[in-house]
Design a protein around this ligand. Structure first.
Ligand SMILES: Nc1ncnc2c1ncn2[C@@H]1O[C@H](COP(=O)(O)OP(=O)(O)OP(=O)(O)O)[C@@H](O)[C@H]1O
Ligand SMILES: [Mg+2]
Length: 244
C-alpha cells in the first residue's frame, strides 16, 4: 500500500541576491497512515519549509510529493486547495484564532465556507471542542481563554473535519510547560485513535513522544530515530526472552 505521504528528492530553493539558497536539499521521506512523526532540528534547519511543502501550502522547486499514492506535482492551485481542505488540519504556534469570535464560532466559520449547514457545523464544533476537553468553554472568546485553551480551540478546529493528516508547526512554542503537556497529551490521545500527525518542534522532550523523529540540519535529513515510547518498549525483554 502506498505511504500516506511521500516526498522524493524534494528541493526548495530561494533566490537570494544574485545567488540561490537551497533550503531543502533533496528530502526523501514517507509517513505511513496512523503514524506520529516529529520533525526536529535547530532554528533555520528547514523544518517549517519541509512541513509547508508536505502540506501543499507551498510549491517545491523540484522533486515530488505524493499523497495517498497521488502525485501532487501537476495539480492546479485549486485542486491543491481542495486537497488541503479535505485531507489536512493545521495547528500553528500562534493559534490563529479570530479574536472577536467565540471558540465555537471560530470552528463553525470555516466549516460554513465549505458545504456544511449551520446545524451540521455547530454539531461538529461542539463535538471537536468536547474532544479537546473544552466542552465547558464553547462560548468564550479567545481573550477569555488561557494560551493552552486557545491552542486547544485551534486543535479542535483542525480536527473538526477528521482530517487524514494533522500538521502542527511548533504547537507548544508559546505555552508554559503545563499547557504544553496538555497539548502533547492531546496529540497522543488523537494518535491513539488513529490520527496521523506530523509535528514540527525544536523541543526534545515533546519531539520524542512521536513514533519517529526526523532530524534536519541545513536542509538535509541527518537521522531518523524511533521515539522514546518505542525505544523503551523495545528495551523491555519479552516474556519469552526473560524465561531463558
Ligand atoms: N520565503 C523565503 N525566502 C527566503 N528564504 C527563506 C524563506 N522562507 C524560509 N527561508 C529560509 O529558509 C531557512 C529555513 O527556514 P525554516 O523556517 O524552514 O526553518 P525552521 O527549521 O522552521 O526554523 P525555526 O525553528 O526557527 O522555525 C531559513 O534560513 C530561512 O531564512
Ligand atoms: Mg519553523
Amino acid at each position: 500500500m502506498a505511504a500516506l505521504i511521500e516526498t522524493k528528492k524534494l528541493v526548495k530553493a530561494y533566490k537570494s541576491g544574485d545567488g540561490v539558497s537551497t533550503i531543502l536539499k533533496g528530502i526523501d521521506f514517507s509517513v505511513e497512515r496512523g503514524e506520529f512523526v516529529s520533525i526536529m532540528g535547530r532554528s533555520g534547519a528547514g523544518k517549517s519549509t519541509l512541513m509547508y511543502q508536505m502540506s501543499l501550502l507551498d510549491e517545491p522547486t523540484s522533486g515530488d510529493i505524493s499523497i495517498d499514492g497521488t502525485n501532487t506535482r501537476h495539480m492546479s492551485e485549486k485542486e491543491k486547495a481542495a486537497f488541503r481542505l479535505r485531507k489536512f488540519g493545521f495547528v500553528f504556534q500562534d493559534y490563529a484564532l479570530m479574536p472577536e469570535l467565540t471558540a465555537t464560532e471560530n470552528i463553525v466559520l470555516p466549516l460554513l465556507m465549505e458545504s456544511y449547514t449551520f446545524t451540521q457545523a455547530q454539531a461538529m464544533a461542539a463535538d471537536a471542542l468536547t474532544r479537546v476537553g473544552l466542552g465547558h468553554r464553547l462560548h468564550n472568546v479567545p481573550s477569555q481563554l488561557s494560551g493552552g485553551e486557545q491552542q486547544r480551540v485551534s486543535i479542535a478546529r483542525a480536527i473538526a473535519e477528521q482530517p487524514e493528516i494533522l500538521f502542527a508547526d511548533e504547537p507548544t512554542a508559546n505555552l508554559d510547560r503545563e499547557s504544553a503537556k496538555v497539548v502533547i497529551d492531546l496529540f497522543l490521545e488523537l494518535h491513539a485513535h488513529g490520527q496521523t500527525i506530523i509535528m514540527v518542534t525544536h523541543e526534545e522532550e515533546y519531539g520524542h513522544v512521536a513514533d519517529r523523529i526526523i532530524r534536519l540540519d541545513e536542509g538535509s535529513i541527518v537521522s531518523i530515530e524511533k521515539g522514546v515510547r518505542h525505544a523503551h518498549a523495545r528495551k523491555q525483554p519479552t516474556k519469552k526472552q526473560s524465561k531463558k
